[in-house]
Design a protein around this ligand. Structure first.
Ligand SMILES: Cc1ncc(C[n+]2csc(CCOP(=O)(O)OP(=O)(O)O)c2C)c(N)n1
Ligand SMILES: [Mg+2]
Length: 617
C-alpha cells in the first residue's frame, strides 16, 4: 500500500478538498476560521498549505461565521456545505449555539473544534475546562447533544473513519445536521503515513428513498376516503426539490396547501391551491382549511407548535398522514407514517390516487387572504408617520423583483413575512427552527454566497442587530452585497406583545421605555453600520425606503437601511391582534397565581384554549 506522510491536520484538509458533489464541485466549499490556541498550529498550517485548493475565510465571531456557513447550505438546499474551525474553550463554545441551530433546522455544517492535548502532557492547557471527576471531558462535549455526528480525534488515524462518517451524516437527507470533530491540538500536528487512496476524489450523492409499498397503500386509502384534505408543506418539500411535484399533486387532486416557515416559497404564491401559511402566524384561509379538514397530509414537516397552533388547529375527528424522510417526524401526532423522499413519494402517491379529486376548496377565502395582504402592505398615505412592519414589507416587495429573497430569523418580522411576503420560487429564507437572534446579518452573507444571482434582503429588528452585526465588516471586506432593512421600534417588540397580550403580563424589560435605565438610548444604527464600511442610510418613510432599495442593487457592498417603525400589535403573532381573523392560538404558559385581575382573567381564558389541544403522541 503506498502511503503519504502528512500531519493529521494536513490529511484532513487534503481529504476535504477532494470530496465532490455529482456536479463536480467541492462538497465542502471551504472553511471559516478564527485561529487561536488549539487550531492555529495544526489546522492553521494545513489550511495555509492547501490554500489554493481549499479556501479559508476569516470572520469576526465563531457563532456568526457558523451562521453564514449554515445559511449557505440552506441556500444550496443542502447540496453543498461549509466548515468552521475554532480554537479551544470560548472559540468552541461560541459555535455551540450555531450547532444547535443547524441541528434543529436539519442543515449540514462541519465543525472542526480545537481540543485539549491528547497526551495531557501540559494539562491544564490555557482555556481547558477541567472536570474534577471525568478525565475525558472537555468544553467540546457541549457539542454532543447538538451534533448529528460527534467524534474526538485523539490519534491521526482516527480521521480515516471519522471524516467519511461526518460527511455521510451531512449528506444523509434523513439524518442531516452538524458533524463535529473535536480535534486534539497535539494530534493535529502529529505525522502519520496515510494511504494514498484515502485522497482519491469521492462523489457524495444524496439519496431519494422510495416509500414502503404497504405504507403507500395505507396512506392512499386514507386520502381516497377523504373529502376535505389539506396539505401542510414544510422544509422537506424544498430540500427534496419537490416544489414542482407538489404543485402538480395539489392541482391534480385539488388539495389546498398550507406552508410552514421552512416550506414557504415551495409553492408559487399564485398557485390556486396555495392558501398561505399555516398556524399561529398563518392566513385565515389556510387555517380554516386545516380546521375543516378531515385529513391533514404533512409533507416534509416537523409539525412544530407554530404550524399546528400548539396542537389545537386540526379538527377533533381529523386523521393525519405524514410524508417524511425520517420515521421520527413521520410518526408525530399519531400520524399514519409514509417514510420517503418528498418528491418520489408524492409521485408514487399521485399514481396510486389516479383521478381522485377532493371537494372544491374555498377559493373565496383564499381571495380574502390575498386582499388582506394587499391592505396590510399598502403604501401609507402619511409618509411622515412611522410605518408598521407590514407597510415596510410592502415597500420592499414593490421595490424588488422576482430575484429577491426575504430572509430573517427572529422578532416581529418572521411572523409578518410568513403571512405577507409574496415570494417567487426560492424567494424566502427563514431560520425559524431555532429562531436565533443574531442569525440575520451573517446569514444574509452566507445566503448571498450560496445564491449570488439573488437580491438578498435581510430583515432585522433593532434587538437582533444589537445582538450580532459584526459580519457586516466581513461582507464589506469580501465584497458580498446584500441589503439589510433594520426596523427600529426601540426594543423587543414581539416579546413585549407576548408579555402583555399573550401572557397577561405588564410591559417590563422589553421596550427600552420599560427598562431599568437612567436615560433612553439614542443609538445611531446607520452610523454604526457605516463605521464598518457598509453603505448606510436612515430613511424616513416607505417612499425613501423604496428609492434606497433600488439604489442598493448596484453596490458591491452591503447596504443598511434603518427605518423607525411602530411597535404595535401585528398580524402573524397569534395573539389578540389587528390580524383580525388571521393567525391562530400559540401555547405560551400563563402564570396560575397572580395578584392582578388581568393576569387571572388571562389564565382562565388560557385554560379554555389548551383544553382543545390534541394530545395524541
Ligand atoms: C439568541 C436569542 N435570544 C433571545 C431570543 C428571544 N427573542 C425572540 S425575538 C426577541 C426580540 C427581538 O427584538 P427585535 O429584533 O428588535 O425585533 P422586534 O420584535 O422588535 O421587531 C427576543 C428577545 C431569541 N429568539 N434568540
Ligand atoms: Mg425591535
Amino acid at each position: 500500500m503506498s502511503t503519504i506522510r502528512l500531519t493529521a491536520a494536513q490529511a484532513m484538509v487534503k481529504w476535504l478538498s477532494v470530496q465532490m458533489t455529482p456536479e463536480g464541485e467541492r462538497y465542502i466549499d471551504g472553511m471559516w476560521a478564527i485561529f487561536g490556541h488549539g487550531n492555529v498550529a495544526g489546522i492553521g498550517e494545513a489550511l495555509h498549505t492547501y490554500r489554493d485548493v481549499f479556501p479559508t475565510w476569516r470572520g469576526q465571531n465563531e457563532q456568526t461565521m457558523a451562521h453564514a456557513a449554515i445559511a449557505y447550505a440552506k441556500a444550496k438546499k443542502r447540496t453543498r456545505a461549509m466548515a468552521v474551525t475554532s480554537s479551544i474553550g470560548p472559540g468552541s463554545t461560541n459555535v455551540v449555539t450555531a450547532a444547535a441551530l443547524a441541528h434543529v433546522n436539519r442543515l449540514p455544517l462541519l465543525i472542526v473544534a480545537g481540543d485539549v492535548f491528547a497526551t495531557r502532557r501540559p494539562d491544564p492547557v490555557l482555556q481547558q475546562v477541567e472536570d474534577f471527576d471525568d478525565g475525558t471531558v472537555s468544553a467540546n462535549d457541549c457539542f454532543r447533544p447538538v451534533s448529528r455526528y460527534f467524534d474526538r480525534i485523539t490519534r491521526p488515524e482516527h480521521l480515516l473513519t471519522a471524516l467519511p462518517r461526518a460527511l455521510r451524516t451531512m449528506t444523509d437527507p434523513a439524518n442531516c445536521g452538524p458533524a463535529t470533530l473535536a480535534f486534539c491540538q497535539d494530534v493535529q500536528c502529529e505525522a502519520y503515513d496515510y494511504p494514498v487512496e484515502f485522497f482519491e476524489p469521492r462523489v457524495w450523492h444524496i439519496r431519494r428513498p422510495r416509500p414502503d409499498l404497504a405504507e403507500l397503500e395505507r396512506v392512499a386509502d386514507l386520502v381516497r376516503a377523504a373529502k376535505r384534505p389539506v396539505i401542510i408543506s414544510g422544509g422537506g418539500t424544498v430540500y427534496a426539490q419537490a416544489e414542482a411535484t407538489l404543485a402538480e399533486f395539489a392541482s391534480a387532486h385539488r388539495i389546498p396547501v398550507a406552508e410552514t416557515q421552512a416550506g414557504k416559497s415551495g409553492l408559487p404564491q399564485d398557485h390556486p391551491m396555495n392558501f398561505g401559511a399555516s398556524g399561529v402566524d398563518g392566513s385565515a384561509a389556510a387555517n380554516a382549511a386545516s380546521q375543516e379538514a378531515d385529513l391533514v397530509i404533512g409533507v416534509g414537516t416537523r409539525f412544530q407548535d407554530f404550524t399546528t397552533g400548539s396542537r389545537t388547529l386540526f379538527g377533533e375527528g381529523a386523521k393525519l398522514v405524514s410524508i417524511n424522510i425520517h420515521g421520527y417526524d413521520a410518526a408525530k401526532h399519531g400520524a399514519e407514517s409514509l417514510v420517503g423522499d418528498a418528491k418520489v413519494t408524492l409521485e408514487a402517491l399521485s399514481e396510486r390516487l389516479g383521478d381522485y379529486r377532493a371537494e372544491e376548496p374555498d377559493a373565496a377565502a383564499r381571495e380574502d387572504w390575498l386582499r388582506a395582504v394587499d391592505a396590510y402592505c399598502a403604501r401609507p398615505e402619511d409618509q411622515a408617520a412611522k410605518p408598521t412592519d407590514g407597510q415596510v414589507i410592502g415597500a420592499v416587495q414593490r421595490a424588488t423583483g422576482e430575484d429577491a429573497v426575504a430572509m430573517c430569523a427572529a422578532g416581529t418580522m418572521p411572523g409578518a413575512l410568513k403571512l405577507l411576503w409574496k415570494p417567487s420560487q426560492g424567494g424566502y429564507h427563514m431560520e425559524y427552527g431555532y429562531s436565533c437572534m443574531g442569525y440575520e446579518v451573517a446569514g444574509a452573507m452566507g445566503l448571498k454566497l450560496g445564491a449570488p444571482e439573488r437580491d438578498v434582503i435581510c430583515f432585522v429588528g433593532d434587538g437582533s442587530y444589537m445582538l450580532a452585526n459584526s459580519e457586516l465588516a466581513t461582507a464589506v471586506m469580501r465584497r458580498i452585497p446584500f441589503t439589510v432593512v433594520l426596523t427600529d421600534n426601540r426594543g423587543y417588540g414581539c416579546i413585549n406583545r407576548l408579555q402583555t397580550m399573550g401572557c397577561g403580563g405588564e410591559p417590563f424589560n422589553n421596550m427600552y421605555v420599560d427598562c431599568n435605565v437612567e436615560v433612553q438610548p439614542e443609538i445611531d444604527y446607520a452610523m454604526h453600520a457605516a463605521s464598518m464600511g457598509a453603505h448606510a442610510v436612515k430613511v424616513s418613510g416607505t417612499d425613501q425606503l423604496e428609492a434606497e432599495l433600488k439604489a442598493a442593487r448596484s453596490r458591491d457592498i452591503p447596504t443598511v437601511l434603518v427605518i423607525e417603525t411602530v411597535a404595535k400589535d401585528f398580524p402573524g403573532t397569534g395573539l389578540e391582534t389587528s390580524a383580525g381573523e388571521h393567525g391562530f392560538f400559540w401555547d405560551v404558559a400563563v402564570p396560575e397565581v397572580s395578584e392582578r385581575a388581568k393576569q387571572r382573567d388571562r389564565f382562565e381564558e388560557y385554560l379554555g384554549q389548551i383544553a382543545k389541544a390534541r394530545l395524541v403522541n
